[in-house]
Design a protein around this ligand. Sequence first.
Ligand SMILES: [Mn+2]
Length: 452
Amino acid sequence: MVDSDLPSKLLSILSKAADTVRGHNSIQVYSHYDADGISAAAIIGKALHRAGKEYRITIFPTLTDEFMHIVESTPSECIIITDLGASYIGRLERIGCDVVVLDHHTLRETSDKICYANPHMFGVDGMTSGCGSTMAFLFAVALDEGNWDLAPLAIAGMAGDRQHLNGMSGFNTFVLDGAVERGLVRPMPGSLIPAGRICDELLVSTDPYMRGVSGDRKGVSALLKDAGVPEDRDYIDLTEEETVRLSSIIAIKLIEQGVSREKLEELVRTKYYLPGWNMDAEILSSVLNSCGRQNLPSVGIGAGMGDAECVKQAREIDTASKKQLVESMKTLDDGKSIIQMENIQWFDSSAVGFTGMLCGVIMSYVGNPDKPTIGINASDENANISSRGTFSQLDRGVDLSEAMREGCASVGGEGGGHRIAAGGSFRTDRKDEFLKNVDSIIGRQKKTFEKK
Ligand SMILES: [Mn+2]
């Protein structure tokens, strides 16, 4: 490791964490079910396997009091928690075994009793510049330099948490630079055209989501005909002229649909090709994410750890999952399911799932890009909610981490996360009260900001 590029305090926490783990034979790992959490778990699994340790990985959809109880009551000699934990440092300190926390969520407290590393401790923004798998990877390298080959997983995790959107920064730059140097990743110019077999990819595309094209076989054919692109073309086989025609038509369609300039610029972001995986980081991230969210995290972890059968299965899960997501999006894009309040917009995802992912797609492609978007899954007695914002909303004072924490607490629930993406839960019968409170919290955040 080029020590000069990372804060020495971080390096000393990581090396203490590595020593702690070396001192045990059996490690219990907990991680999050999204792409970042699964990547982090695969990195840790691989590093522990190489170190000759026994380990067990348990995946949670989020860390709540209920799941914390499982952590506390599972006999363990050493625990590693990745992409989770920031909200429960106090309780993790009291467990009484060795604990390593590698998280990047909003920092509430630090600890001398356990090994806790979070980018926010070092003036690095954990929302944009270091994710759970970044921290897991830095730990893996502290354990053994030979783990540098796991950097592509960390980059997939960054893409999963959308930390690559405005170019890499902070700890992510350290990982990216080292990985480029080692030939593990190749940055490539972005495009509005999806990678892969174009007609198949456009059909399931939600980023971008194009009305009349996404989820519509006839619409896809018409679009390709307009652009003079043969149906069976693969992205890499497009001529320069075809590329220009197709991306212009897509751009015009999106502008007509009301997509913001901010979003269009984001769509042509740099892509990170991973030669060892023969896919770009966003695709690997989608594959791992789909496994976690379809309640098959072990397939995702197996795929991340390089098992060929798991990779094949994970790709199939991803394809099926993308189809479902685009269908869910079409269901909600009916002119009445997205409900506008003064400062927020919200939708009920109880019948369709994909709450967090739909928040982003709705806000960017069919809703009001100026309002934070909240999805509520109220399919049982506890409602699970997700929320997403944009960087320009944050520039106007919006903080969803605080809004979800305060909004959920105001109705007896709990919430938190990042300023740009947060979630929580509360009792379903208090939904209307919650929405009213969050609407006024966001209003207050924007007003307080204007006064500054
Ligand atoms: Mn994360």
